[in-house]
Design a protein around this ligand. Structure first.
Ligand code: AP5
Length: 217
């Protein structure tokens, strides 16, 4: 299975991709996570990426593609397949992905488009908390940790992502409308788009995703 999870910020792509990959033994590749790791490592690409991420803008295509290609070449991605979470983000990236897969004599099996109403996206993003040590994700209202502000898995202090502040959320949603939304048509014309409503409970959406994608390989 080689799939892309597409959707606006806060639709639940990361939450669903993690579950889907754990359950099917696939490799979860989040370009957001790769970029945040590069920022945390203080590498030159990470420092460059941070300038864009802090404003809620897309990081330059070449920088993201470079990180993605390195990740795709890792051994765990050659097994049962992978889910790309947050890539591609514009038509240029989609074309680069097509070219990269063609070189590998490979192709995408499915693109899951997960969407939710705008007010819900804002509520989800502004309440999100993450563990900087083990990467576990929480939400102050819908998925609270047992002890406020503390990671259930490793006990570290939870943090709010810098780009989950109101002004940056607003810009990320604008960037999605301007650059990413056109990918819906791009993949619809290829006949591989599956639309999944993202407004329900996590397990309800997971079941819909599984049902929609299971015949896609
Ligand atoms: P990235 O990390 O990819 O952020 P995003 O696409 O904006 O998506 P999010 O992670 O914010 O949302 P999500 O849909 O994954 O929702 P989640 O599951 O976490 O990118 C960050 C930045 O990196 C970009 O702005 C850009 O600068 C850069 N970047 C990344 N990729 C790039 C690329 N390809 N090209 C250029 N730049 C790139 O859920 C959100 C919250 O809701 C959580 O708290 C969760 O617990 C909760 N939640 C989820 N599902 C449910 C549910 N069903 N019910 C209740 N709560 C739920």
């Amino acid at each position: 299975m080689r799939a892309v999870f597409l959707g606006p910020p806060g639709a639940g792509k990361g939450t669903q991709a993690k579950l889907f990959c754990e359950r099917l033994g696939l490799c979860h590749i989040s370009t957001g996570d790769l970029l945040r790791q590069a920022v945390a490592d203080g590498t030159q690409p990470g420092l460059k990426a941070k300038e864009f991420m802090d404003k809620g803008e897309l990081v330059p295509d070449a920088l993201v593609l470079n990180l993605l290609e390195k990740r795709l070449a890792m051994p765990d991605c050659s097994g049962k397949g992978y889910v790309l979470d947050g890539y591609p983000r514009n038509i240029e990236q989609a074309k680069s992905l097509d070219a990269a897969l063609e070189k590998l004599k490979s192709r995408l099996d499915a693109v899951a488009f997960i969407d939710a109403p705008r007010a819900m996206l804002i509520e989800r993003l502004s309440g999100r908390r993450a563990c900087p040590s083990c990467g576990a994700g929480f939400h102050v209202r819908t998925m609270p940790p047992k002890k406020t502000g503390v990671c259930d898995s490793c006990g570290s202090k939870l943090v709010q992502r810098a780009d989950d502040r109101p002004a940056t959320i607003e810009n990320r949603l604008k960037v999605y409308e301007k650059s990413t939304k056109s990918l819906i048509d791009y993949y619809e014309t290829r006949g591989i788009l599956r639309t999944i409503p993202g407004g329900g409970e996590v397990e309800e959406i997971a079941a819909l995703l599984y049902k929609q994608l299971k015949g896609a390989q």
